[in-house]
Design a protein around this ligand. Structure first.
Ligand code: NAD
Length: 457
């Protein structure tokens, strides 16, 4: 009998839907057919045809935006507000990719730059790689998927996707949008399942780019089984927000709440640590505590709700245990509530010991540990004292501080007078250190999923 994956709402526990786990034969067939499609009809598509197809997908997604947002909430527990915002971003990602399909062009170099060669040119083409395998996490089941699929297809590749088993239904709905947009067979294939299916896909020799978003632990494991193929990895984060004495406190508090606690902190770019200059720390903590205490935890479908459930009771329990450990080691809870299944009220901590797991690991939940500092150089060392390096935010108008942080912070992006959660889906996005390999963001992703091939003439 087929292996079924039953998806339950993290809010009610009710079944939302079910998918069939792909057998080893089905995974093999998906990759083989994707390769054949690339060598056949998909390979014959012009950039304009790919642009039109992606515009068709964009139209289908627009028409289905309410249904998509509702499904994201049903299967992940994110508030409907967060899900609707994800759908809007997914529309932008698709539009950027459609536009980029028409902008992939090569370069020409003269070859007569040595004493021995005359009258020759090198024409560098930017060609698709073939089959791209995409493996995605639960937290953005539409936009993270489109960040892989849309640029891969804009570039002329075919894609086999393995979505998260915790949120596989949104991908199925995306697949139906592709069909209605008129995608040719095997341009985009979904194989459902967990680690076993993911490993088969990752190790497959016909896959030329493995495009993975997920935890650093799984990313590290995938490097050991992927073999000789290109790796494009977006991994975990432990992103800081820094508030300098001249920074706007109220704006920093607003960003801390939105980007630290939005989606219950289950975002790679969520604020996970807050560094506040001692001169303004007391005022910041007073405003932050008041703002967090006003947040409403509850039904993710209710527009008044700020925080829904985490993805599962187990995930909420892991976060709760880390908070308990930090408090046992001396952290002072300024806001804290009782966990109820997958629901974990937001937590604000002061004086959290830096060695505890809550700070060292990526804590995927609604927890804001606040640290005081006086010397910027000490703050920089603390910020960098992690294996992660995704994004950072700073509140200041001091240009010298901005320039110093830009050079010294080990992160992919620094946001000034904003938080690390800021992202425009077209521009390069990715981490340094163990937060990733390569860059996504549609323009960079197209480059990563193509390879340069040369014609000498
Ligand atoms: P996860 O690493 O548990 O799972 C991600 C995907 O990998 C899932 O599809 C899962 O089934 C698959 N997988 C798990 N084990 C595997 C294995 N052995 N072989 C092949 N595939 C395997 O992550 P998650 O809990 O779904 O998502 C949260 C993580 O994703 C966090 O670490 C978060 O920071 C990260 N994330 C990063 C970004 C980014 O852009 N940097 C964006 C979103 C999420």
């Amino acid at each position: 009998m087929d292996d079924l994956l039953i998806v339950r709402s993290p809010h009610t526990g009710a079944e939302v839907g079910r998918v069939t786990v792909a057998s080893p034969e089905a995974v093999e067939a998906a990759v083989t057919r994707a390769r054949e499609a690339f060598l056949g009809p998909v390979g014959e598509m012009t950039p304009f045809a790919r642009y039109e197809l992606l515009m068709g997908l964009h139209q289908q997604l627009r028409e289905d935006r309410a249904g998509l947002a509702r499904l994201i909430t049903d299967e992940t527990g994110k508030t409907l507000r967060d899900s609707a915002s994800e759908v809007e971003r997914a529309l932008s990602t698709t539009l950027y990719a459609a536009e980029e399909a028409k902008r992939i062009h090569g370069r020409i170099y003269p070859c007569d730059i040595t004493a021995t060669v005359t009258n020759r040119m090198a024409h560098v083409y930017q060609d698709p790689v073939g089959v791209v395998a995409a493996i995605t996490p639960f937290n953005f089941p539409l936009n993270t998927v489109l960040h892989k699929v849309a640029p891969a297809i804009a570039a002329g590749n075919t894609v086999v996707l393995k979505p998260s088993p915790k949120a596989p239904l949104t991908a199925e709905r995306l697949g139906r949008c592709w069909q209605r947009a008129g995608a040719p067979p095997h341009l985009f294939t979904i194989v459902q399942g967990g680690a076993t299916v993911g490993e088969q896909l990752a190790a497959h020799p016909a896959v030329r780019v493995l495009n993975f978003t997920g935890s650093t632990a799984v990313g590290r494991h995938l490097t050991t089984i992927a073999g000789l193929k290109k790796l494009l990895f977006e991994l975990g984060g432990n992103d800081p927000l820094i508030l300098m004495p001249d920074g706007e406190i109220t704006a920093a508090v607003r960003v801390a709440v939105e980007q630290g606690l939005g989606s219950c902190g289950q975002r790679c770019t969520a604020i996970k640590r807050i560094f506040v200059h001692e001169q303004v720390k007391e005022s910041f903590l007073a405003e932050l505590t008041a703002a967090v205490q006003k947040l409403r935890v509850g039904d993710p479908l209710d527009p008044a709700t700020d925080l829904g459930p985490l993805i599962s009771p187990e995930a909420a329990q892991t976060v709760e245990e880390r908070v308990e450990e930090a408090v046992a080691q001396g952290a002072v809870p300024l806001v804290r509530g009782r966990r109820d299944g997958a629901f974990l009220p937001p937590v604000v901590l002061d004086r959290t010991p830096e060695g505890c797991a809550l700070v060292r690991e990526e804590t995927f939940g609604p927890v804001l540990p606040v640290f005081g500092f006086v010397d910027l150089e000490v703050c920089i060392r603390q910020v960098n004292d992690t294996v992660f390096g995704l994004q950072a935010g700073v509140f200041t108008n001091n240009l010298a501080v901005v320039k110093r942080l830009r050079r010294k912070l080990e992160v992919g992006t620094l946001v000034v007078n904003g938080g690390p959660g800021f992202r425009i889906d077209a521009i390069p996005f990715g981490g340094v250190k163990e937060s990733g390999l390569g860059r996504e963001g549609v323009i960079a992703a197209v480059r990563e999923m193509t390879e340069e091939r040369v014609l000498i003439w």
